[in-house]
Ligand binder design. Structure first.
Ligand SMILES: Nc1ncnc2c1ncn2[C@@H]1O[C@H](COP(=O)(O)OP(=O)(O)OP(=O)(O)O)[C@@H](O)[C@H]1O
Length: 292
C-alpha cells in the first residue's frame, strides 16, 4: 500500500461533448483531457503543477477535489479512494469565491459551521486564521470593501480554518497585480511553514512554480501527462533574500521553460485548430508566463 498523502495512479479523464454540437467533426470523439497521470505527493509537501493552457490542470484539480471522477485509474488520499468533495480538502480558486453578503469573519467561519463547530469556538478559530493571513482588524469588512489580494487572503484563511489535510490551489494569484502576487507568494510560504499542510498548487507561472514548489510537475499539452518532475532544492525560502536572482533558481527556471516551450507551441496549435473548427469562435488562451 502506498504511504503517500495523495497518490494518483494511472488517472485518465475524457469529456463527452454536448450532443447538440456533434455535427462538428471534432466533437464526435470524446476529448481526452488527462492521460495516464501517476503522481505521489508526500505528507506536508508543497507540490506545484505547471503546464500550457488547456492541458488539463484544472481538470486534475477537480478530480482531486472530488468534483469529477476519473474514467480510468484511481486517486487515493491516505490510501483511501477519493469519493467526492469533503472537508479533508480545502480549495482556493483563482476567483475569490467569497460570499458577498457575509463579512470576512463570517466567510471564514463558514466551513467551521458546516463541520458543526460551536459558535464561540468558530469565531475564535476564524479570528486566529484571519490573523494568520495578516488581516487582523478586517474581520467585519464585506468582500466588496477588500482589495483582490485581501479577498484571496480571506479565501485562504477560510480553507485553512476547518483544518483540511490538503490544500488545493488553482491559480489562486493569477488575477492579482504583480506586487500583490509576490507578497502573497511569500505569505503562502510562511503559512505553509507554520501549518505544514500538504499543498497542491496549479499555475501558469514558471517563476511562481520555482519559488513555491519543493517539486514542480511539468505537464504536456493536451491530453495532459506528466512530462517530468523537477526537484527545487531550496530549504528556507522565506528567509533567503532575493531568491529569484539566485543562479540555481535561474537555472531551474530555464530548465522548466525548456521542458515547456514545445508543449506551449503544441497547445497554441490545438487552440488554433479548435477555433477554426468551431467557425472561428473566440477561445480563451492563457499562456505560460516566465514571471508570476
Ligand atoms: N466539462 C468539460 N466538458 C468538455 N470539455 C472539457 C470540460 N472541462 C474541460 N474540458 C476540456 O479539457 C481540456 C482541459 O481543460 P482544463 O480546463 O483542465 O485545462 P487547463 O490546463 O486548466 O487550462 P487553462 O490553463 O487554460 O485554465 C480542455 O481542452 C477543455 O476544453
Amino acid at each position: 500500500m502506498s504511504t503517500a498523502k495523495i497518490s494518483l495512479q494511472h488517472v485518465s479523464k475524457s469529456f463527452r461533448i454536448n450532443r447538440n454540437l456533434t455535427h462538428l467533426k471534432e466533437n464526435q470523439q470524446p476529448v481526452s483531457a488527462l492521460q495516464d497521470i501517476s503522481l505521489e505527493v508526500r505528507q506536508g509537501e508543497f507540490m506545484v503543477i505547471v503546464g500550457p493552457s488547456g492541458c488539463g490542470k484544472s481538470t486534475l484539480l477537480d478530480l482531486l477535489a472530488g468534483l469529477t471522477k476519473p474514467n480510468n485509474g484511481q486517486i487515493l488520499l491516505d490510501g483511501r479512494p477519493i469519493e467526492g468533495p469533503d472537508l479533508d480538502r480545502g480549495i482556493v480558486f483563482q476567483q475569490y469565491a467569497l460570499f458577498p453578503w457575509k463579512t470576512a469573519l463570517a466567510n471564514v467561519e463558514f466551513g467551521l459551521e458546516t463541520k458543526g463547530v460551536p459558535r464561540r469556538e468558530r469565531k475564535e478559530t476564524a479570528r486566529e486564521f484571519i490573523r494568520l493571513v495578516g488581516l487582523a482588524g478586517f474581520e467585519h469588512r464585506y468582500p466588496h470593501e477588500l482589495s483582490g489580494g485581501m479577498k484571496q487572503r480571506i479565501a485562504i484563511a477560510r480553507s485553512l480554518a476547518y483544518d483540511p489535510e490538503v490544500l488545493l490551489m488553482d491559480e489562486p494569484f493569477a488575477a492579482l497585480d504583480a506586487q500583490t502576487r509576490e507578497t502573497l507568494q511569500s505569505e503562502l510560504l510562511r503559512i505553509w511553514e507554520a501549518t505544514r499542510k500538504t499543498i497542491i498548487f496549479i499555475t501558469h507561472g514558471i517563476e511562481e512554480a520555482v519559488y513555491l514548489g519543493q517539486r514542480v510537475a511539468v505537464m504536456t499539452s493536451r491530453p495532459g501527462r506528466i512530462k517530468e518532475i523537477i526537484e527545487v532544492p531550496f530549504e528556507a525560502r522565506t528567509s533567503e533574500e532575493d531568491l529569484r536572482s539566485n543562479p540555481e533558481f535561474v537555472r531551474i527556471r530555464h530548465q522548466i521553460w525548456d521542458l515547456l516551450k514545445d508543449e506551449v507551441t503544441l497547445a497554441q496549435e490545438q487552440e488554433k485548430s479548435k477555433s477554426l473548427g468551431a467557425g472561428n469562435k473566440k477561445t480563451h488562451g492563457k499562456g505560460v508566463t516566465a514571471n508570476g
